[in-house]
Structure formats: C-alpha cells, structure tokens
Design a protein around this ligand. Structure first.
Ligand code: PMP
Length: 423
C-alpha cells in the first residue's frame, strides 16, 4: 500500500502558506504539481546531458538521444502503447491542443490528396461526418469544427444526460455510415464524468471511422490502455500528469501513424529534400516531430510516467476516489449544485459546482483567501456550461497529493460562501 501522506512530501510547492493558510491545491485538472524527481530530471538534463537529439556524432548527443527515446518508451508503457524500436506509437507534441491540431491538420492534408493512396482513409469530403460531444474541451471542438469547415464535412455531436454524461448509448444513431472521425473525451474536464467509450469504438469501427480520444483528464488519474480500448489516436498533456509544461503526447496505432501525412514541416522529419520535387518524409514518429524538440521536458515527462507507474495507477485511482467521495458532499451544502454525476463510480475527482446567487469569481476569491485553490470560469468548455444553463462554474479537482481532510476543508469553506455574500 502506498503511503500517500509520505508521497505528498515529494511535492515541494505544497509546503507553503497562502494568505496565512496552508495551501490546499485543488486545481490539478488545470495543471498538476510536480514531484521532486521530475523537477530534478529537467535540471539534471541541462546540467549533464543537454545536446541535440538524433543527429550529433558526439557522446552528449548520443546520451540525449537515448534519454529522449527512453522517455518515449516510459510514456508508452504508461498507456499500453508499443515500446519497441521501429514500432513506436508515441509522438511528442507541444501538448494536447497541439496534438489535436496536428491530427486535424493531417486529416485536412489527407483531404487535399496529400500522403497518397495510404492516407485516403483519413480524407474528408462534403457530406462526410465528424462527431464530437457537447462535453468537449474547446481544444477538441474547435480543431474539428474548423476541419469540417475546410473540407465541407458536417459536424454532429453526442448530447448529454441531465447530469452531464456523454450519451454514448446513442452511438448507433449518432455515428452513421457517413461518419469518418469521432473525437471524444475519455473524461470530461468540467463534469469529471468517465465516458463509456466501448460503444463508440465498436460503432465507429463498424462504419470505418477513426476514433480520436482526448485522454487529458484520464491518463493522470486512471489506468489507461489504448490497445485494450481499441482507440485509433489519443492525445494528452504532460503537465497534467505531474510532468513539465510545453509537452504532450499523441498516441497513434502504428499502422495509422504510418499512413498519416505530416502536419508540420521542417528539419528532422525529412529523409530526402530537393529543390524541384516533393520531399520524402521519415517514418513515424520522426515524421510528426519537425524542428528541435523540447528534449529536457520530454525526459522529465518520461520520469513522471515512470513515477506514476511506480506509485501504481490502480492505487492512484483508489486514493483519489476517496477524496472524490468527500468532495461530492458539496451536493449537501445549501444552494450548491454539482455539474456532473453525483456518484463516484463513473467519474474522477474533478467536481464542478454552482453556488446559487454567487458569481464563480467571488467564490474563487473567497476560497483563495483561505488558502484553497480551485478553478473558476468556463474551463474552456462553454457548450457543457450551456447544457447546465450557466455561463461559468467553480471546479475543484484532485491530484495524488490531496487528502480527505483537504476535501473536507473545501466543503466546510463552501458552507460559508453564501452567508458571506448574503446570497
Ligand atoms: N482536453 C481536456 C479535457 C483538457 O482538460 C485540456 C486542458 N485543460 C485540454 C484538452 C487541453 O490541454 P492543453 O491546454 O494542455 O493543451
């Protein structure tokens, strides 16, 4: 059994007071704090290894290449992707948003006939369909909405249950013979609801559509195995899984990555370049990693992945579940409505709530004055807020370092909000 209170000591940032109170950080859905091993990995890289990868003939370049590729394998092992050399399924990106734009751009390039015959499975034409859900982060909605606009494809979406879960039971109706791409959250970043992805994958593959999973909010909190899930592509950010900002990962099934045309162009992704004819691009993952990569951050993200696996994803999920249970007691506070499922069975510890009569910014400031950090606003997901009839909400979200006592402290503090503002 992991001693989570000892593990909390590995996060130096948490050991401080805010406005005279011990910091209670309940904003890990926005970005997670970093354990010492991750912070050290990034600075150690600069102290002893730093060099360009995949090209230098010198020893440092060899070491940095090894560290970079080792990190790719660590990340692959975390999510059930292939770790074998030559069979890599993990592409380095600048984050989930960059990964989603990479995919939408690459699909768009395929629609323009780029990538040849192999890439035709990704091509869209007028009348084809792209499916998302009403719970998506704008980083999913907008790239695919733009792709639809560029190609003449239509955009449709899964609607939500009253408590905000994606209606994947409607997969047979929402995904049609014309659907080419389904892009959907594994866990929604406002409601915290875990999507029942199996019917989506089954139906999408029945009609030959590609499934793109937004795994930003699942990889940090739940055991995830993309092979077992059968998704085609997945994206997430390192900074939400205890790694550095500025990097993320794209998982792609190997045969699909091999068929996908590139989305950005430049150095390190080309086998042969000429003045008078098109270039010949490298095999994945290099084909999708144009330009100098954030090597130190990738190496540190690999350490984060190893660290998560050493703690154990089942253990992390179990620990956070006990905190979620406590957070859900918010529902018992007078004038509080939870925007998401009320039971911890089908959700993670990302709990959005409305305080009747008090603007989220006021709620956020009130809690901050007691050292409690939560997120307020629309969390880059306006349509899901519209579903609940609000423009913004308050969102508390857990990480491995949180305790049940901290969740209780939040609930106690929320009891005081409406009386304080006279609502
Ligand atoms: N999708 C979801 C579900 C998210 O929570 C986030 C981050 N808020 C993103 C996509 C975008 O991630 P990033 O801003 O790190 O690119």
């Amino acid at each position: 059994m992991t001693d989570f209170s000892a593990l909390r000591g590995q996060f130096p940032i948490l050991d401080q007071t805010i406005h005279g109170h011990p910091l209670i950080y309940l904003d890990s859905a926005a970005t997670a704090q970093k354990p010492e091993v991750v912070i050290d990995a990034e600075s150690d890289f600069y102290r002893s290894i730093n060099a360009g990868v995949h090209r230098g003939a010198h020893e440092l370049a060899a070491r940095s290449t090894m560290a970079f590729e080792h990190a790719r394998a660590s990340v692959a092992a975390l999510v059930g992707a292939d770790t074998r050399e030559g069979q890599e399924e993990i592409v380095v990106t600048a984050g989930a948003t960059a990964g989603l734009n990479l995919l939408a751009t690459a699909f768009g390039n395929a629609s323009l006939g780029r990538g040849g015959e192999e890439a035709r499975r990704f091509a869209l034409k007028p009348g084809d369909g792209i499916v998302v859900s009403q719970a998506e982060h704008h980083s999913v909605l907008l790239p695919f909405q733009e792709l639809a606009a560029r190609t003449g494809a239509s955009l449709s979406w899964f609607s939500l249950t009253p408590d905000g879960r994606i209606r994947t039971d409607m997969a047979d109706e929402v995904i049609t013979e014309r659907t080419k791409i389904v892009a959907i959250a594994h866990v929604a970043n406002t409601t915290g609801a875990v999507t029942d992805i199996a019917p989506v994958v089954r139906r999408a593959h029945e009609v030959g559509a590609i499934v793109v999973l937004d795994a930003c909010q699942s990889v940090p909190h739940l055991p995830v195995d993309f092979h077992a899930m059968g998704v085609d592509f997945a994206v997430w950010s390192a900074h939400k899984m205890y790694g550095p900002t500025g990097v993320g990962f794209l998982y792609g099934r190997r045969d699909l990555l091999e068929a996908l045309p590139p989305a950005s162009f430049g150095g390190s992704m080309v086998e042969l370049a000429w003045m008078d004819k098109p270039a010949q691009y490298m095999e994945p993952p290099a084909r999708f990693e144009a330009g100098t990569q954030p090597v130190a951050q990738v190496v540190a993200a690999g350490v984060a992945a190893d660290w998560m696996r050493s703690v154990g994803m089942d253990e992390i999920a179990r620990h956070e579940r006990s905190i979620t249970h406590e957070l859900l007691k918010l529902a018992d506070v007078d004038g509080i409505r939870i925007l998401g499922p009320r039971d911890e069975d089908h959700r993670i510890g990302t709990v959005a709530f409305e305080v009747e009569g008090v603007h989220p910014h006021d709620v956020g400031q009130y809690l901050d004055s007691q050292g409690i950090a939560i997120r307020v606003g629309h969390h880059c997901a306006q349509p899901v807020h519209r579903h609940f009839g609000v423009v913004a909400s308050n969102r508390a979200s857990t990480g491995v370092y949180n305790t049940v006592d901290e969740a209780q402290a939040l609930v106690d503090a929320v009891h005081g909000v409406r009386p304080f503002f006279g609502a």
